[in-house]
Design a protein around this ligand. Structure first.
Ligand SMILES: Cc1cc2nc3c(=O)[nH]c(=O)nc-3n(C[C@H](O)[C@H](O)[C@H](O)COP(=O)(O)OP(=O)(O)OC[C@H]3O[C@@H](n4cnc5c(N)ncnc54)[C@H](O)[C@@H]3O)c2cc1C
Length: 370
């Protein structure tokens, strides 16, 4: 029987696996894809995670991530507002970051099964019964770190799976002429697009859009021509950049609806516990932070073979709520200012006329360094 099983090898899964393995647990991680691979993400990481990553030898210095210090926001019609970032962040591709952490997981003694998808989980009151595309096995403890979409949520009958999932995400890597220390968020009808530097003189261009628009125009290309490029800043980027992927990375059908951090005794981490709107640039930091909180809770409540499951679940749910709930709520509310002609103009006007308002929103969408 496996001691701790982690489903999903993104940031939440990999960081938990490293921390728990270093604490002496026997950890097995299942990742359905093979490293390295591209993933839809704006690739801007809040500096709140830097002290933690450095303290554990997990900061990816050797890729020389970009340092992001200022923020630009434009309305649908191209009105613009800029201000320095209060905490700032760094930029690195998920292609390199996830590969780097995967290598750290192997070095830390984690048993990693790549190209292995977990397809079923059941809890019998004492242990979990799991199956993958190749085998069935049992485990004492299971961490769900499988991201924002996937069949497992439906199998667990999680509440939010019965609601609408109206969003899509699209990502490119590009070469372009843009300041390396700036992150910009450009609005377009029903969505917004970020641009910021990553490593190797490349830039990430990534947007959140709606499935409705995609359905209306029939293809990503047509939607970009008719909707995304209507913002003059985005038109300029599309017209004057070299696009480095043959086709964009796309994810379809997800939502920002609240989720539970423990479901049928599976301890959820990262996006599987709660997805913050990307305008906050905080999903990756939350995935890393939730991995830390969860590993500490497990360490306190799983000694030798004695697992205090109820206490562990209570402590984790409570710490998760205290640390992340407000941020998720602010993110959901702030997102209402984006993606429409009227509200995006109001947002630029408000930020231009009240720096205090702009900084208050900014501060509430990220956490403190840990
Ligand atoms: C458009 C967009 C832009 C974003 N931009 C930013 C940004 O700039 N900054 C930021 O901080 N956050 C951003 N985010 C959010 C960020 O990408 C996520 O919060 C972060 O990736 C969460 O990490 P995770 O480990 O929880 O999930 P993931 O990184 O998604 O990892 C989940 C892993 O589980 C694997 N998996 C799934 N199902 C199974 C299964 N059944 N069995 C085995 N493996 C499985 C997947 O292959 C994947 O590798 C953005 C999100 C979107 C949608």
């Amino acid at each position: 029987m496996e001691q701790i099983t982690i489903i999903g090898g993104g940031l939440a899964g990999l960081v938990s696996s490293i921390l728990l393995s270093r604490k002496g647990f026997n950890v097995t991680l299942y990742e359905k894809r093979d490293y390295p691979y591209h993933k839809v993400c704006g690739e801007y990481i809040s500096n709140e995670v830097k002290p933690f990553l450095e303290a554990h030898g997990l900061f990816p210095d050797r890729f020389e991530p970009s340092q992001l210090k200022s923020f630009q926001f434009t309305s649908l019609k191209g009105k613009s507002f800029e201000l320095p970032l209060d905490l700032g962040g760094f930029g690195i591709s998920r292609y390199n970051l996830d590969l780097f952490l995967y290598q750290k997981a192997l070095e830390s003694g984690v048993n990693v099964h790549t190209k292995t998808s977990v397809s079923n989980i059941n809890f019998d009151g004492d242990r979990f019964h799991l199956s993958t595309n190749t085998s069935s096995f049992e485990s004492q403890l299971v961490i769900g770190a499988y991201g924002k979409t996937g069949g497992l949520d439906k199998k667990l009958n999680r509440g939010f799976t019965h609601k609408n999932a109206p969003f899509i995400g699209v990502k490119y890597h590009i070469k372009t002429d843009f300041p390396k220390d700036k992150i910009a968020l450009h609005n377009f009808e029903s969505g917004y697009c970020g641009i910021s530097a990553i490593e190797e003189n490349k830039f990430n261009l990534c947007y959140l859009g709606s499935r409705e628009m995609l359905r209306k125009y029939g293809s990503i290309e047509a939607m970009e021509a008719n909707v995304v490029r209507k913002n003059p800043y985005l038109k300029d980027i599309y017209d004057n950049s070299e696009f480095l992927f043959e086709r964009p990375e796309v994810i379809n059908a997800f939502s920002f609806a609240p989720k539970k951090s423990v479901e049928q005794h599976v301890l959820m981490s990262g996006d599987t516990a709660g997805l913050i709107t990307p305008l906050c640039g905080n999903g990756m930091a939350m995935a890393i932070h939730s991995a830390k909180i969860l590993s500490d809770c497990i360490d306190r409540n799983f000694k030798g073979n004695r697992l205090q499951r109820d206490k562990l679940e209570r402590e984790y749910s409570s710490e998760w709520k205290t640390t992340f709930s407000k941020r998720l709520r602010v993110g959901r509310n702030t997102q209402k200012l984006f993606g429409s002609a009227i509200t995006s103009e109001i947002a630029v006007w408000l930020m231009k006329n009240s720096k205090a308002f702009a900084y208050r929103i900014m501060k509430n969408t990220h956490g403190d360094p840990f």
